[in-house]
Design a protein around this ligand. Structure first.
Ligand SMILES: Cc1ncc(C[n+]2csc(CCOP(=O)(O)OP(=O)(O)O)c2C)c(N)n1
Ligand SMILES: [Mg+2]
Length: 596
């Protein structure tokens, strides 16, 4: 039997689970928890941020890079009310982290104490986060902390991972209990969720792929999280099947691989969309088929399912057949499934059919058309910088091990279309909830997870100002993050929608001087200087590339304020519908319906 208080139990369990970092912000509601972190500060490193959502985004991207969860700590009331946006961001991208939120003392429940959420139910923070996390626990006695803690951890990392909240009343952090401390290695170390698919389903999938004349593999982030990149390439190569990626799946296969067709859907490439919509069999691995990934499910843009026969594999059966009927739906860990497929192929000594040559030949032609169509943007040399050229210069400046964390906005669309990610960390983005600030703050988490690798955030001017406090955190903890502020003097992605769908009626989407019709933004380079970090302004593509190379070399925090055109939108080969407002036709190629 050990005697520990609630805060000590939580910290002890986290240390057992090898949690190395705690990101958060203080308040009266969590000072006792911070005290427990203080006692074990040799084993778990705490970071204080200047806004709670920075902590949440750091934990999110930390996991995406390190593959291990971190934790956040926030106070009661407003401190924790700043965290749901990050929980949601992580939840809808299936990223685990543990949020320890403070609450009012149990003795004050339902008395309307300072910062209590009490009008519908006492200490009701759990209701505020319920739709945004996998599970929320609220221990009201110290002896509940150990079982809730081990359960919280297990829920967070098993099956389809996601963030979990442990909401702890003030007194419970300090309340002591005599108890057997749960041993993480007994409770969680021996659980595997690497489930394979039903063997008959595996055989069926192989039959379908061998018989297919126009097969396509589509990969989502499930491939990255499962660590199935090598297995994916092996399958694609041995069956000569081209691969298209969802936005979150970019980097699951090297963009320079001869079978990689790039991004599908709205901002996607012509070969990816034109091939996928003509596929007879589509093997979808760890994807959700959300609207942005599937041209809003409008037939003939990205997909024609059916008649295309869909094999949909996912760890979460809830995502299978959510939006498209399946010829074969298999619940499985993607890596285990791909190993099963490859083993089944070994037994068949399969050869890719010669008939595929014409399919691959067609795709090669579409690839050339796309190349010609996109060529001028790579050469554009203007001030402000052409966005395609900007994406290209950034991509060129990055070494292979660089980690680029994009924020949310039109810059992300340009990056998705014109960067060529080489591995699963090359281009990290938020695709489910799409919270602005994700990349601005997330890059700090990336740099903590991978201190020797160049970590770059490309973020909008809107989002950067929203979360500019990150510069102070970078200074305080010597985090060598680089921000390329894609400065187009606007919430440009939304202004683009006003222009595209609302006949150009623009309101509240650009940043202007009050008395002159000229663009306005704070001087970001000067802001960086005032924060104590290097800041540069660039107006040409060449200067952008050189500034980024120099910043990477310096391995110190830096802000590059890049003057980039805001009027252009990337023209993709898919569509995106805003119901009621309609959708635009693809900028290249056209809707192609195939018959069964
Ligand atoms: C927190 C949050 N608020 C609002 C939005 C809606 N939104 C999506 S993109 C965008 C504009 C982003 O502007 P900026 O950061 O400058 O990026 P740009 O589109 O100009 O590249 C907005 C307001 C959002 N996704 N997240
Ligand atoms: Mg902008």
């Amino acid at each position: 039997m050990t005697r520990m208080n609630g805060g000590q139990i939580i910290v002890d369990y986290l240390i057992q689970e090898h949690v190395a970092y705690a990101f958060g912000l203080c308040g009266h509601g969590n000072i006792s928890f911070i005290d427990a972190l203080y006692e074990r500060s040799g084993e778990i490193t705490s970071y204080s941020v200047r806004h709670e959502s920075v902590a949440g985004f750091m934990a999110d991207v930390y996991y995406r890079v390190a593959g291990r969860p971190a934790m956040t700590f926030t106070s009661c009331g407003p401190g924790s009310a700043n965290i749901p946006v990050c929980l949601a961001n992580a939840y809808f991208d299936s990223v685990p982290y543990l949020a320890i939120t403070g609450n009012v003392p149990t003795s004050q429940f339902n008395r309307g104490a300072f910062q209590e959420t009490y009008r519908h139910y006492q200490a009701d923070f759990p209701s505020a986060v319920r739709p945004f996390c996998k599970r929320v626990f609220q221990p009201t006695r110290a002896e509940q902390v150990p079982p809730f803690m081990r359960q919280a951890w297990k829920t967070m990392v098993t099956g389809r991972p996601g963030p979990v909240v442990l909401d702890v009343p003030f007194d419970i952090f300090k309340e002591e209990a005599d108890m057997e401390m749960p041993q993480a290695k007994d409770w969680n170390a021996n659980i595997s969720c690497r489930c394979g698919a039903d063997p008959e389903g595996v055989r069926k999938a192989v039959d379908m792929l061998l018989e297919a004349k126009r097969p396509i593999i589509m990969v989502g982030q499930g491939v990255k999280y499962a660590g199935a990149m090598a297995e994916l390439v092996r399958l694609a190569e041995r069956l000569h099947i081209p691969v298209v990626c969802s936005s979150s799946g970019m980097g699951a296969i090297d963009a320079n691989h001869p079978l990689a067709l790039g991004l599908i859907a709205r901002n996607g490439s012509y070969p990816a969309n034109h091939a996928a919509r003509q596929a007879d069999v589509l093997l979808a691995l760890g994807v959700r088929f959300d609207d942005r990934t599937s041209s809003s499910w409008l037939p003939g843009y990205s997909f024609n399912i059916p008649p295309t026969k869909l094999i949909h594999v996912d760890i979460d059966p809830d995502e299978i057949a959510r939006n498209y009927p399946v010829a074969l739906g298999l619940m499985a860990d993607v890596r285990t499934f791909l190993r099963q497929l490859n083993e089944e192929l070994d037994t068949r000594q399969a050869q890719a059919q010669a008939v595929r040559a014409s399919w691959l030949g067609d795709i090669e032609r579409w690839r050339r058309e796309w190349k010609e169509w996109t060529a001028p943007g790579y050469r554009a040399d203007t001030t402000p910088i052409h966005p395609q050229r900007a994406a290209h210069e950034i991509d060129k400046a990055l070494p292979n091990d660089a980690i680029l964390v994009s924020d949310v906005g039109v810059h992300h669309n340009w990056l998705l279309q014109f960067c060529r990610p080489k591995n699963s960390h090359s281009l990290i983005g938020s695709m489910g909830f799409g919270a602005m600030g994700f990349g601005v703050a997330g890059v700090l988490g990336a740099a903590i997870a991978a201190p020797s690798r160049p970590c770059i955030s490309v973020c909008g001017d809107g989002a950067f100002l929203m979360h500019a406090s990150v510069m102070a955190t970078a200074v305080e903890y010597k985090i060598p993050a680089i921000w390329v502020v894609w400065n187009n003097y606007a919430f440009a992605s939304i202004r683009g929608l006003q222009r595209g769908y609302l006949e150009g009626r623009e309101l509240v989407t650009d940043f202007k001087q009050p008395d002159a019709n000229a663009p306005y933004n704070p001087d970001f380079a000067a802001m960086a200087g005032s924060a104590g970090i290097n800041g540069v302004r660039v107006d040409t593509a060449k200067d952008l590339g050189e500034a980024l190379e120099a910043a990477i070399k310096a391995h110190a925090p830096c802000v590059i304020d890049a003057n980039i055109q805001g009027d252009a939108n990337p023209g993709g080969a898919g569509a995106w519908e805003l119901p009621g407002l309609g959708h635009l036709e693809p900028a290249i190629g056209k809707r192609t319906i195939i018959e069964g």
